[in-house]
Design a protein around this ligand. Structure first.
Ligand code: ACM
Length: 623
């Protein structure tokens, strides 16, 4: 057996202790496909081996410094949750897990080694150590287990993009601090590092601002909410409302608590304070900020509202006051100012806006929004913050150092990058995770939703770097972001259903270079995450069985033969041929099934997970 040495050097190299080890070095071990580890996102370089390190019941974690101690503390919480007894130590010798620092150019890069000496994570500092720890957790059992054999690995990893985002709209429906923390945990577990918190909109203002108490007394509440999917009604006259007051907000103490929680997990929060559009909730409390005097109410339906704030001095004072409090609460570099969907109906009718146009020499009212944004940008800069906005901010003349979040496709992002602005790619075509997951619009098996159909493969195959940008321009693409708008998402479970498993595909879009992605190879790795999501009590959408589509069905001897498989390990597939919805009592799929052609039979099949959860049905009319 080959020998290997492990040496510990005391400061200055005065004393060097080398231990002669008789265990095999990694180079002499049997390799296995990295794929089998089931990691999401797949690290940049992985070597995996069949040998395992037996992580004992009592574990010690070695770490030094503030970041090392932070990550060690988080690992301790996670491992304690897996039934281990964990101590933190500042003595390297004998530690089962060592968190080590070494200079690397990318602060998010890390190395993870598991071998006979135990587990070592090496990184420049906190973020890298944290991501190494997340990868390690995915090598451990999903739940408390008597033994935890950790496969020997040598992993070298770093992200493709700096901005790896997930947005949550808490205005249309309010989400508790507890759920916001869970969302942040889930982002971080899949190495997403940016939480875009959409805090204000027509349907509710959700952040306490000390100087404007009516924002949380009035704007945070609406008197009722539209029932049903708005786009299915022909005219507003058909709308029905639930006659139930709705609202909520975060106190500044709660915001500070969430910020600290995110910081511990190396997640940057980007707060969004919408302006000048999506602002009727502000007018409900402060109607003097409207162009037209009147009474306004926090909106009870969805869409784009023509009642927006007027771009006059009192409005600037309002937003500057609000942003002073917001910038003091959020330590991250960016503040999102919205900027989307701001109709100029009221501005066109306003003498005050005409006055601004005359003074600035504008003939196009859209230019007033650009002027407004540039003033806000200057104010944010005075607070040391950068402005980011939806791609409409390009239209009225963009603020010089603004970052653009491209949502109406990639066009805005491409244009902005060509102009030298940084961009975040979150196009509705690929990154809107509130859009549907069933090919059938308004499927009876899916929740109410808005928008089109964005299945997993469409997300997975998204490349945030548009081909028409030069390599130099591509450097302005900070990364991708998934958006979750919540018009029809009223509970944490409903949010999780839309987010998972699609967020796993987003994770890989953000972490992997496009050339290193393969959807076919992603699916089985994703499958291995379901047990982890179960352990975290995440209400993911159980994927329907694969193979029930006309391209996969084989027609022979007057029959259609279908071969099904599930993406969920250990799941059952149940099916019916009589039009009923399959359940635990209907046919158990064990081998390919032949169905006579031309009898008008519909095959329906569902996945039933080991935990008993069911997928929506896959279905095919056989003819
Ligand atoms: C948006 O979806 N209105 C940015």
């Amino acid at each position: 057996m080959p020998l290997s040495f492990s040496c510990a050097t005391r400061l200055g190299g005065v004393l060097t202790v080398c231990l002669l080890a008789t265990q095999p070095a990694l180079a002499q071990l049997t390799e296995m496909p990295a794929q089998r580890l089931g990691l999401v996102p797949l690290p940049r370089e992985v070597k995996a081996y069949t040998a395992t390190y037996a992580l004992p019941q009592k574990i010690s974690i070695y770490a030094t410094g503030k970041d090392g101690s932070n990550v060690a503390g988080l690992l301790k919480e996670m491992l304690t949750g897996l039934g281990k007894t964990v101590t933190l130590t500042s003595t390297r010798a004998g530690a089962n897990i060592a968190l080590l620092t070494a200079a690397t150019p990318n602060p998010e890069a890390y190395q993870l080694t598991v071998d006979q000496q135990g587990i070592r994570i090496t990184a420049a500092g906190g973020p890298g150590l944290f991501y190494g720890a997340q990868t390690l957790l995915q090598l451990l059992p999903a739940r408390s287990a008597a033994t935890a054999p950790v496969p020997y690995v040598r992993i070298n990893d770093q992200p493709a993009f700096r901005w790896r985002g997930g947005m949550l709209d808490v205005s249309r429906h309010f989400f508790s601090v507890e759920f916001v923390k869970k969302y942040i945990d889930l982002l971080a577990a899949y190495k997403l590092n940016t939480f875009h918190w959409h805090l204000t909109d027509d349907q509710g203002w959700r952040i306490e601002i000390k100087k404007y108490p009516k924002l949380t007394q009035v704007s945070a509440f609406r008197k009722e909410t539209l029932i049903g999917a708005q786009q299915l009604f022909k005219t507003p006259a058909e709308f029905k409302y639930d006659a139930t007051p709705y609202g909520g907000f975060y106190t500044q103490d709660q915001i500070r608590d969430v910020v600290a929680y995110a910081q511990r997990r190396y997640v940057t929060i980007v707060p969004e304070i919408e302006m000048p559009g999506h602002s009727v909730a502000i007018l409900a409390a402060y109607p003097e900020l409207a162009c037209k005097p009147g009474t306004y109410e926090t909106w009870t339906m969805w869409g784009v509202n023509e009642d927006i704030v007027c771009p006059t001095e009192p409005t600037f004072r309002f937003f500057e006051d609000v942003l002073s409090e917001v910038t003091a609460l959020f330590p991250g570099p960016y503040v999102h100012i919205g900027g989307d969907e701001a109709p100029k109906t009221r501005w066109k009718e306003s003498a005050a806006v005409q006055e601004i146009m005359k003074k600035e020499g504008y003939t196009d009212v859209e230019k007033v929004q650009g002027w407004f944004n540039r003033r806000i940008e200057k104010f944010l800069a005075s607070k040391g913050k950068k402005l980011i906005g939806w791609d409409e901010i390009l239209e009225g003349g963009i603020a010089p150092s603004a970052t653009v979040m491209s949502w109406r496709g990639e066009k805005g992002g491409i244009e902005a990058a060509k102009m030298g602005h940084d961009v975040v790619m979150s196009p509705t075509t690929h990154m809107y995770v509130n859009y549907g997951q069933s090919p059938k619009p308004h499927s009876p098996y899916e929740p109410l939703m808005i928008g089109g159909y964005i299945p997993l493969d469409v997300i997975y195959n998204y490349n945030p770097l548009p081909a028409e940008l030069t390599p130099e321009q591509q450097k302005h693409v900070l990364g991708p972001q998934a958006n979750l708008w919540t018009e029809y998402i009223t509970t944490p479970a409903a949010a999780e259903y839309m987010l998972f498993p699609r967020l796993l595909a987003v994770s890989e879009v953000a972490w992997r270079p496009a050339a290193g992605k393969s959807y076919a190879e992603f699916l089985p790795r994703m499958g291995q995450q379901f047990a982890r999501l179960d352990a975290k009590k995440v209400y993911y959408r159980v994927p329907e069985p694969l193979g029930l589509d006309s391209a996969s069905v084989v027609r022979q001897n007057g029959k259609a033969v279908f071969t099904l498989r599930s993406l969920v390990p250990g799941a059952q597939i149940r099916y019916t041929l009589d039009g009923h919805l399959p359940d635990e009592t209907t046919g158990l799929y064990t081998k390919p099934v032949a169905v006579p052609l031309n009898k008008g039979l519909t095959v329906r099949a569902v996945t039933i997970t080991p935990g008993g959860r069911k997928s929506p049905p896959a279905e095919l009319l056989v003819n």
